[in-house]
Design a protein around this ligand. Structure first.
Ligand code: ADP
Ligand code: MG
Length: 155
């Protein structure tokens, strides 16, 4: 597990940009944290780092369950907040197809149950002050690069 601290939304965007360099097609990031923790802010940074243009404002998908943004790979943003059955929804939304195609960023991932892929990245966000946040990152356990799932060779 890795830990990061930020002192402003701008710092969280920068963190997301940096972490995005470790992501590629087939990766899934599960974001966990209270309302206002900064999940959506981090998603903005991750998306920016994945080449999604600044002109595309990333807000929480309120009326649609998934938002797709074109970047260096397609970026899918899902928010399970309002969903009673997060796991069922993820399957219905076509999570497998999204992963075959791009990067999937899921807010309220703790509501996804067993539907998250086994190799997902988990980021827990804690509110530590008015402007400070702590991020605990757990990379995929089997293969941090995701290369196996993208058809890479074993070392
Ligand atoms: P969530 O998606 O987790 O509900 P948001 O990302 O929508 O939360 O909102 C986070 C809120 O916290 C924003 O209003 C943002 O301005 C504020 N904030 C304050 N400090 C930070 C920080 N260090 N990182 C991210 N957001 C912060
Ligand atoms: Mg949000």
């Amino acid at each position: 597990m890795e830990t990061f601290q930020t002192k402003s939304p701008r710092g969280t965007i920068a963190l997301g940009r940096r972490l995005a360099s470790r992501l590629g097609r087939g990766d899934c990031v599960g974001l966990v944290g209270d309302l206002g923790a900064g999940k959506t802010v981090l998603v903005r940074g991750l998306a920016a780092g994945l080449g999604v243009g600044d002109d595309r404002l990333i807000s929480s998908p309120t009326f649609v369950l998934v938002q797709e943004y074109p970047g260096s790979v397609p970026v899918y943003h899902i928010d399970l907040y309002r969903l009673a059955d997060g796991a069922g929804e993820l399957v219905d939304l076509g999570l497998a197809e999204m992963l075959a195609d791009g990067v999937v960023l899921i807010e309220w991932a703790d509501r996804a149950g067993e539907a998250l892929p086994g190799n997902h990245w988990r980021i827990e966000i804690a509110i530590t002050g008015r402007r400070t946040r702590e991020f605990r990152l757990t990379p995929p356990s089997r293969d941090p690069s995701g290369a196996l799932d993208r058809g890479g060779a074993l070392p």
